[in-house]
Design a protein around this ligand. Structure first.
Ligand code: MSP
Length: 643
């Protein structure tokens, strides 16, 4: 009798597709790494996995960014997309497809979708009036505003009032409520499910899904009215279908619906309402679950371009290696909760956990095994590995906890080595147990730190698959492993520490200086420049006098300043984002304080040769230049004291 082959389980995971109005930042890398961890985990289990990520390239925000850069939207997004791809490659992201909403295939898919909905009369022509935040590319209600502004982007929303095509979202209200309540459309964690049920209880309104082309032309033209373009959200959401189907109908049949869709809370509403409504309207099955992970801050502050504390994942990966970045981000905050990340935190975990504990375990054990050999025996150490718990944690998407549990086993192995002292006893059975346990660790760690796991697997000669975790493998000879994680110490560590201290001091200094002038001070402008410059271990602050002020072509925020910094330094060009806050005349002959020991930075084709000190008020409405208390000679050094 021919046995029917067991159907392989499938797993389809998605990330949001990221806006291409600016370079990739750590937030997008975080979600993508998490999705990669899940994809790899399911691959080790032997499942068929499809992992989709990509970029969201249409809409007002991107059109405006391109205009500011004096580029066509397509030229502009192409450059940014290349950066995204570079970052994902550096981070070893193993996505199966990268969808771009400007792909012709995708554009046709969106047109087909809109046609279906139009024919079903779920899209109709009308008039629309609502508040709109371009930062979010989302509609807001009065209740969403804090002091009349979008709390996420700190800007006053626009009132959109125009002829438009509307989608009958209201007609899905009852159905969606039921599906979410009963868990058929699963929203995790629970607090997010409750939040969205409350939101739906307040009533779903029909929404505009189009924009007049004469206003926003960077979008997909409506197939039934050439005067309009599709609003960016239906276009973007459809990527989860089109990006899969683009790889073939077979794949679509096999993998739809998505199993887990990852995102942060900023885009939960659209994913819990418009997204399932589009699918239901067009007759598609709904994804099985949405998982809303936490939002992180950087060094205690919201990551924002105006605060200048946006950390580039490309910089981090090039500096510390993909595995350390992946490990740190996944371990540092509970998946699903908010938290904080910092470069210093990354270095600490790299040194204390990856280098000292994991790296050391592997190098000392393989060195001893090379010297004394190993003898196969029952691996009693493996009892301490909480495999069932790890499986459950991964199943429940508690990736940080799973990582903790795996690491607990690394600790157990180190303790075992310490207590058995194989360097004295030359006990080849003990060495076998530890080597065999390292194999289990490497398999379990592969989703998180694939480069390291693969090095271990190559060295010890085993295949990375889940069934090998508890299978005691045969080993004959073992070679000492290469160093897995070089410690970041000496100068590098010192530099980071001093940079951090300097940033803190500088921040305190600026806040104190600006106190008399402004209300609440949120941060210091230009911090990225410092954070990204390793050599910034000493703050050289000088008084400068502004001699010339000019506009910068194609930039509505920047001013080009020529600053006299005295005999020793001479004149420097500084590009500063203060145009909105100061008139050109006001700045002439004004004395300011400049950080002069930074690498020059290219902006808009010009070189900015320093950073001026300025504080930005909490609502970003005011920027205050820090000036010396008395008028002094240009070039005078400024010292700041602690506190
Ligand atoms: N283009 C839309 C999504 C369309 S999906 C059909 C968009 N893009 S975005 O570039 O703004 O990315 C938002 C997502 O980036 C968040 O949902 C989250 O996944 C990730 N993050 C951005 N900043 C983050 C943090 N500070 N912390 C954690 N994740 C962050 O919205």
């Amino acid at each position: 009798m021919v046995k029917k082959a067991m159907k392989k389980k499938k797993f389809y995971v998605t990330t949001p597709i990221y806006y291409t109005n600016a370079s990739i930042h750590l937030g997008g890398a975080y979600t993508t790494i998490a999705a990669d961890v899940l994809a790899r985990w399911h691959r080790t289990l032997g499942e068929d996995v499809f992992f989709l990520t990509g970029t969201d390239e249409h809409g007002q925000k991107i059109q405006e960014a391109a205009e500011q850069n004096k580029q066509t939207p397509k030229e502009f997004v192409d450059k940014i997309v290349a950066e995204f791809k570079e970052a994902f490659k550096l981070l070893n992201i193993s996505n199966n497809n990268f969808i771009r909403t400007t792909d012709v295939y995708h554009e046709q898919e969106v047109k087909d979708l809109l046609n279906i909905l139009y024919k079903k009369k779920l899209i109709y022509r009308g008039f629309y009036e609502s508040l709109y935040c371009v930062g979010c590319e989302q509609y807001l209600t009065q209740a969403d505003l804090v002091d009349g502004k979008c709390p996420l982007h700190n800007r006053i929303p626009e009132l959109k009032k125009e002829e438009a095509y509307l989608f009958k979202l209201s007609s899905f209200q009852k159905k969606l409520h039921g599906l979410i309540k009963t868990g058929k459309y699963k929203i995790l964690p629970e607090v997010r499910r409750k939040e969205i049920l409350n939101f739906i209880d307040c009533g779903l309104q029909d929404i505009s899904i189009s924009r007049l082309k004469e206003k926003i032309s960077w979008g997909i033209e409506l197939p039934f009215d050439k005067k309009h373009c599709a609003w960016v959200w239906p276009d973007a959401l459809w990527n989860y279908v089109s990006g899969l189907r683009q790889t073939g109908k077979e794949n679509y049949k096999k993998f739809w619906p998505a199993d887990v869709q990852l995102m942060a809370k900023d885009i939960l509403r659209v994913h819990a309402t418009i997204w399932p409504a589009l699918l239901l309207g067009a007759g598609y099955k709904l994804p099985k679950s949405l998982f809303i992970h936490g939002y992180f801050t950087i060094g205690g502050q919201k990551m924002s371009k105006s605060l200048g504390n946006v950390i580039s994942p490309i910089y981090l990966t090039k500096t510390y290696g993909a595995d350390s970045v992946r490990y740190y981000l996944m371990r540092n905050l509970p998946f699903g909760s908010d938290g904080d990340v910092s470069e210093k935190g990354l270095v600490d975990r790299h040194n204390n956990e990856l280098a000292d504990k994991l790296g050391n375990l592997v190098s000392r054990t393989t060195a001893l095994a090379e010297k004394y050999g190993v003898k196969k025996t029952k691996n009693t150490l493996l009892k301490q590995l909480k495999l069932k718990q790890i499986e459950k944690e991964m199943q429940d998407l508690e990736v940080d906890k799973a990582l903790n549990s795996i690491f607990a086993f690394v600790d157990s192995c180190n303790e075992y080595v310490q207590s058995k002292k194989p360097w004295e006893t030359k006990d080849t059975k003990v060495l076998y147990e530890v080597i065999d346990s390292i194999k289990s660790i490497a398999i379990l760690f592969w989703p998180f730190i694939p480069e390291t796991s693969e090095k271990i697997a190559k060295n010890l000669g085993f295949e990375i698959k889940y069934e090998n975790v508890e299978k005691n493998l045969d080993y004959r000879s073992i070679k000492k492993a290469e160093i897995l994680f070089k410690k970041i110490e000496g100068t590098a560590e010192k530099v980071i520490k001093t940079v951090e201290q300097n940033i803190n001091k500088l921040e305190k200094f600026v806040k104190k200086e600006a106190k008399q002038i402004a209300g609440k001070i949120e941060g210091v402008i230009g911090m990225t420049e410092i954070i990204n410059y390793e050599q910034f271990s000493k703050t050289d602050l000088r008084v400068g006098t502004i001699k010339k002020v000019e506009d910068v072509e194609g930039a509505d925020k920047l001013l080009k300043l020529e600053v006299d910094l005295g005999k020793e330094i001479g004149k420097r060009t500084i590009l500063a984002g203060i145009k909105k806050y100061y008139k050109k005349d006001e700045l002439k002959e004004k004395q300011i304080i400049v950080v002069v020991n930074l690498e020059p930075r290219k902006m808009k084709g010009m070189e900015s040769q320093g950073m001026l000190l300025a504080a930005v008020s909490e609502d970003e409405s005011k920027v205050i230049l820090i000036k010396p208390k008395l008028s002094v000679d240009s070039g005078t050094r400024v010292e700041f004291k602690d506190g």
